[in-house]
Ligand binder design. Structure first.
Ligand code: HEC
Ligand code: HEC
Ligand code: HEC
Ligand code: HEC
Ligand code: HEC
Ligand code: HEC
Length: 507
């Protein structure tokens, strides 16, 4: 059929489409689009000029305003469609454009220019939005109460300069989409206050370490032995210092760079270690499967396992990687006991204050409903202890006591988050075995193979003691020193350090 002569087309097509824009819905859309566009420019300008822009600016500029802009444009379109439905009954679908007509030509050019500019602005905007959601301030500061424990601990860790996304997202599109999807769920949870307190560890959906940690850390590196000094202060009047110097046998996992031995022997280069845990947090290990360099297979079962062999055979196996030991590479919640030791060593706490070690840990581990309540509790607890027990000290060391209050308050803020129901006990740190079971999850002398091999708890397997001093007295007199526990516990391989050493008050 010949459209041009159709009697149902009362107006010229181009004229008609301009008329359509008169619909109030379209006009509202135009207005909204212009306002949002202006806002975007403003926010982007602030974001570019401000030295330390607030993370909220970013969310306004790159997420909220563009959403309004898009909504405005959709309204415009809806208005056009409505108008067209109402006034015109046409069999023609596309408007006719005649570029020889001056008015039509300039209308087309302005429309195309607008489109190009808009597309460019939105591309730039989306790119910034992408960059912004990757940034540390988006992850750590925006939802400040939600992420405050993780962010606080992160800022004081060796990875303080590594962006959250380097460990939590990594490279590649699929993980980007995956993490952004779960991320948007978290943004909603934060907005509607439905997030869990504390936030659970992502231990089951964390990306494999090969694709995150190993992008920066070369797994083949051979470390050999590393000297480490552990300093403790006792719960006595003098806060007696005890220092333990040990060579930690970190070793390496690749025969190309050194003997595959020591602690990094577990790395999945030469051999493969898989295990089955009986609990969500992977703290109770029921079964371990080892395939070594030569291809020899050994299966270890826990003597006291709560899972039957049948259940173990069906359970999903987890392949051991960096994060099974280094599960707290950056969110390190230092136990109060250790935090106070560090402050004493760094002289932020005065070691001449009697019983300061014990008193600091006592006020830190009391139960408080809020951080403010804790600040007050510490501010009154420490001075009143000295006023009642050591009135002279309370008078002569006023300054030291005041500084101690400030320091202990700082420690509290770094280790305990009542609002998020999180403290140093929430997430165990698997590196070592002192405050948490860590290595002793497997190295407890209780995991045996069919041919009688035992995963060893021998005190010299992982480290060599160099010296141990109490105050100024050396405790290691023998040629091959062994660790002297301050209280006689008999055979140390028969105990679990973390049964008594909880990181809070107590030993
Ligand atoms: C060096 C790597 C690394 C960086 C950088 C990092 N994280 Fe993590 N994060 C981890 C690991 C590993 C876990 C899981 C620990 C576990 O499974 O026990 C984790 C866990 C978490 C958790 C769950 C709660 C918890 O403590 O287990 C949150 C929330 C979190 N990270 C947020 C952040 C934020 C926000 C940033 C940036 C400010 C960040 N992370 C930077 C490695 C990292
Ligand atoms: C973007 C690079 C990057 C990523 C990803 C990364 N790290 Fe690191 N890591 C570093 C740097 C840089 C240091 C050294 C910091 C320093 O000593 O100044 C470091 C230090 C360390 C240390 C030594 C800590 C100490 O106490 O000195 C360990 C252990 C470690 N990383 C483990 C991990 C683990 C486990 C992961 C994965 C969850 C990881 N890293 C992911 C860059 C990275
Ligand atoms: C069996 C547990 C275990 C596994 C698995 C493991 N590590 Fe370690 N790693 C340790 C221990 C223990 C140390 C000694 C550090 C200490 O005592 O503070 C160490 C030391 C390190 C150090 C040196 C830290 C320093 O202070 O110099 C780095 C870096 C490191 N590991 C990275 C990794 C990476 C990357 C992976 C994965 C490819 C990995 N580790 C796998 C337990 C482990
Ligand atoms: C999931 C279980 C598991 C965990 C957790 C674990 N190990 Fe092991 N480890 C093993 C197994 C299995 C062996 C091999 C035992 C054998 O065949 O003698 C082993 C062997 C070792 C060896 C001897 C390696 C060699 O030179 O042959 C060292 C050292 C060691 N582990 C240190 C550690 C340290 C330190 C930690 C904690 C940071 C730790 N392990 C955590 C399972 C584990
Ligand atoms: C499976 C390996 C392994 C075995 C077995 C082991 N340790 Fe350790 N131990 C470690 C690691 C790793 C660290 C260092 C943790 C760290 O860097 O924070 C450590 C740290 C220590 C420390 C210093 C802790 C501190 O914070 O002061 C002492 C003391 C210690 N071990 C004593 C022992 C004794 C005693 C035994 C024997 C019952 C033993 N260890 C068995 C791996 C082991
Ligand atoms: C039966 C409980 C118990 C067990 C198990 C135990 N300890 Fe202790 N530990 C104590 C007591 C009590 C003290 C003395 C505390 C004091 O005087 O300040 C102490 C003190 C220490 C100290 C001196 C520093 C400090 O915090 O006062 C170190 C280091 C230590 N223990 C290491 C270990 C190691 C390593 C293990 C595991 C092999 C272990 N302990 C197991 C009860 C225990």
């Amino acid at each position: 059929m010949d459209n041009e002569k159709s009697p149902t087309t009362p107006v010229e097509p181009w004229h008609r489409s301009r008329m359509l824009m008169r619909n109030p819905v379209s006009l509202a859309g135009v207005a909204l689009a212009i306002v949002s566009l202006a806002n975007i420019f403003l926010f982007v300008l602030i974001d570019a000029i401000a030295v330390k822009a607030s993370p909220y600016i970013g969310i306004l500029a790159y997420m909220v305003s563009p959403a309004f802009l898009t909504f405005g444009l959709l309204l415009m379109l809806a208005g056009v469609l409505l108008e067209r439905r109402k006034k015109v009954v046409s069999t023609e679908f596309y408007p006719r454009i005649d570029l020889n007509d001056r008015a039509q030509r300039s209308a087309v050019f302005s429309f195309v220019t607008f489109l190009v500019v808009f597309v460019m602005v939105s591309i730039a905007g989306s790119y910034k939005a992408y960059e912004f959601t990757e940034s540390v301030s988006f992850c750590g500061q925006l939802c400040h109460t939600v992420m405050s424990p993780e962010y606080t601990a992160y800022q004081l860790s060796p990875h303080a300069r590594v962006a959250c996304a380097e460990c939590h997202v990594g490279a590649g599109a699929t993980w980007f989409v995956k993490s952004k999807l779960s991320g948007s769920r978290q943004v909603f949870a934060a907005l509607f206050n439905t997030f869990p307190r504390p936030i659970p560890t992502p231990v089951h959906n964390l990306r494999p370490a090969q694709e995150t940690c190993e992008q920066c850390h070369w797994p083949k590196k051979f470390y050999g032995g590393q000297l480490k000094v552990f300093t403790h202060y006792a719960n006595d009047e003098k806060n007696t210092m005890r220092q333990i110097r040990m060579i930690i046998k970190t070793g390496g996992g690749d025969p190309a760079t050194g003997a595959p031995e020591g602690i990094h022997w577990h790395m999945n280069i030469g051999n493969k270690i898989e295990y089955v845990a009986a609990d969500e947090k992977r703290q109770i290990v029921s079964y371990i499967h080892v395939e070594d360099l030569q291809g020899r297979v050994t299966d270890y079962y826990a003597k006291d396992s709560t899972l039957s062999k049948d259940q173990i055979a069906k359970a999903p196996r987890h392949r051991m990687d960096c994060v099974d030991c280094h599960n707290r590479p950056t969110h390190i919640y230092v136990p109060p006991d250790q935090a106070v030791d560090q402050s004493l060593l760094a002289r932020r706490l005065d070691v001449t204050l009697p019983f300061i070690k014990q008193e600091a840990v006592t006020v830190l581990t009391a139960t408080y409903a809020t951080t403010d309540a804790a600040m007050q509790g510490i501010a009154s607890g420490v001075p009143s202890y000295y006023e009642s027990k050591y009135p002279d000290v309370a008078k002569t060391k006023q300054l030291e006591i005041r500084n101690a209050v400030t320091e202990v308050q700082q420690i509290f803020k770094r280790t305990t988050f009542p609002e998020m129901k999180l403290n140093w006990q929430t997430h165990s740190n698997n590196l070592g075995h002192f405050y948490y079971n860590g290595c002793f999850r497997c190295h407890d002398g209780q995991h045996v193979s069919a041919d009688g091999r035992v995963i060893s708890k021998d005190c010299t397997q992982c480290h060599t003691l160099m010296s141990e001093t109490e105050g100024t007295t050396s405790l290691a007199a023998t040629a091959v020193p062994s660790f002297q526990h301050p209280v006689d516990l008999g055979d140390l391989t028969q105990v679990n350090c973390s049964d008594c050493h909880s990181g809070g008050s107590g030993p």
